[in-house]
Write a protein that binds this ligand. Structure first.
Ligand code: GLN
Length: 525
């Protein structure tokens, strides 16, 4: 019998029309991103918190931002090596397990920073190495679940991307909260606990993937082991001529290059957009607004939690009988997270709310992804499915429009002003458009890397894709640091207009190139 998806028979059981394995990857990546973004949200706060009364390191803001820049840059360089190692030796599944283990140790090491500073730096190093093994390879396994390179794969990556952002959302919210309100070690430690549970979930569930993601030696053993089964090793590499492969690699190069423009502007979120939120917007809550804010906050936390819990239950229904251990670790992580969420919401409800925190806006990104990803996934499966390059162009243009909203909102700020009270709505619009743009670029990009790469190079190609982030993050930091100079000499609107015009310009160029690129993809849509 021909199986519809790759992997074992259990993997054929679907949730939302996708194989169960997608959701094992969804939750593994969710907990990894929880840890990544949770720790990241604490990093600068911890380093700049005062030594004496806040238990931080009392670093100047500039130094903390430099370390932050290096960390967020370096995590995107190691995927090149991690991808290559998985392609050649380890196999994708082992690479994910090793990467997750290194990251668990990294978070644990950071949680012990109180003993000696060395633990802190060692932690960062382990995270950088672990991410290199984990990120490109889990992304590559997603694509291997699908036997064809059709629309289904795009939709699968979009669902996977929802997992990424569910993790980011909860991580920023909870690690940030616990780190700041309870203690830094607890925040760092929390990141580690969920990384570990995510790893166990993957480790005990991986047979679900059958032959997918094994290294050549394991694949050979697998083939002999299932002589009686109806599953067979598929040689998924199509017979394509070297010219076609070369053309497709060129397209990957273009996609990776254009995402530099995207992330360069997008990553202003952690820098200049946060400065704008902190110093230039009116976030004071008066009268009933405080209660309204608390209610909104509760809803936007509980609804995503309910959605992912529902997905969890669907997954349990499909595979619990065969993968109980994996599901029990996953279930445990959910019991813990629900406990922490309820505790936090309860405390927040009792607390006085007088101001929306400046950091609150950055979680809007993950929230909007969770809300809109299912809609985009449906659009990509419908007849309104534009080609990859056109999606990229739309994504870049939407990002530019988001910055247009900020440029417009900042219009009234006097030249050189150090503070202002602009309405929060512009930031909300900006994050909305940025997120819609992200959905046209980032999950789509992952899917195309999977479709366009020759099987033997897929890990490496994901490494190339993620490396664009290294360049983008670095440039984002440099450009963002000019916010004061530009506001002084021109205006804040001018500053945001740079990020409006460059992505829109890049969108036009992508549109012009789109026909050529589609041709070079040789039938991949
Ligand atoms: N937010 C996504 C993630 O964390 C995309 C990151 C990126 O490619 N810049 O995976």
């Amino acid at each position: 019998m021909e199986l519809k998806f790759g992997g074992s028979e259990y993997n054929q059981r679907t949730v939302l029309g996708h194989p169960s394995g997608l959701f094992v990857l969804f939750f593994t990546e969710m907990w990894e991103r929880f840890s990544y973004y949770g720790m990241r949200a604490l990093l600068v706060l911890f380093l700049t918190a005062s030594l004496m009364d806040e238990g931080g390191w009392g670093w100047p803001r500039e130094d903390a931002l430099v370390l932050y820049g290096w960390y967020t840059g370096l995590v995107y360089i190691t995927p090149i090596f991690g991808g290559l190692i998985a392609d050649k030796v380890l196999g994708y599944r082992n690479a994910v397990v090793w990467g997750a283990l290194l990251m668990t140790l990294g978070h644990a090491s950071m949680a012990l920073e109180g003993f000696t500073n060395i633990f802190f730096y060692m932690g960062l190093l382990l995270l950088i190495l672990g991410n290199g093994l984990f990120k490109p390879n889990i992304s590559s396994i997603v694509g291997q679940l699908y036997k064809t390179n059709g629309k289904e794969k795009d939709a699968g990556y979009t669902i996977f991307y929802m997992g990424i952002n569910a993790g980011a959302f909860l991580g920023i919210l909870l690690c940030g909260y616990i780190g700041e309100k309870v203690g830094w070690h607890y925040g760092f430690g929390l990141a580690g606990i969920f990384m570990f549970l995510g790893m166990l979930q993957f480790y005990f569930g991986q047979k679900l993937f059958g032959e997918i993601g094994l290294n050549p030696k394991e694949a050979e053993a697998f083939k002999h082991g299932i002589a009686t089964g109806d599953e067979k090793i598929e040689n998924k590499e199509e017979e394509v001529t070297p010219e076609v492969q070369k053309d497709r690699l060129v397209v990957i190069g273009f996609f990776a290059f254009f995402t530099i423009f995207f992330w360069w502007a997008f990553e202003q979120a952690g820098g200049s957009m946060t400065i704008f939120a902190a110093d230039y917007t009116d976030r004071v809550l008066v009268g009933n607004e405080a209660m309204t804010f608390k209610i909104i906050n509760t809803i936007i936390t509980v609804v995503p939690m309910l959605v992912i819990t529902w997905v969890l239950i669907m997954l349990f229904k499909n595979i619990f009988s065969a993968y109980a251990k994996s599901n029990i670790f996953l279930g445990l992580s959910f019991v813990l997270i629900w406990g922490i969420v309820i505790w936090m919401l309860y405390r927040e409800f009792l607390a006085d709310a007088t101001e929306v925190p400046a950091s609150w806006f950055s979680v809007l990104n993950s929230l909007f992804i969770i809300l809109f990803a299912p809609i985009f996934s449906k659009i990509w499966q419908s007849k309104f499915n534009p080609s990859g390059p056109v999606k990229f162009a739309i994504g870049l243009a939407l990002l530019g429009i988001g910055f247009g909203a900020l440029a417009y909102g900042a219009y009234g700020i006097p030249q050189g002003a150090k503070t202002a009270s602009v309405s929060m709505i512009w930031l909300v619009f900006a994050y909305l458009f940025h997120t819609l743009g992200e959905l046209c670029v980032s999950p789509v990009g992952l899917s195309y890397i999977s479709k366009l790469s020759p099987t033997r190079l897929v890990g490496l190609m994901f490494g190339v894709w993620f490396m664009a982030n290294f360049v983008a993050n670095l440039l984002a930091g440099v450009t963002g640091s000019y916010i004061d100079t530009i506001t002084q000499n021109y205006s804040m609107t001018t500053f945001f207009l740079i990020f409006t015009l460059v992505p829109i310009g890049a969108a036009f160029i992508m549109l012009i190139l789109s026909r050529m690129l589609v041709k070079k993809m040789h039938g991949i849509t």
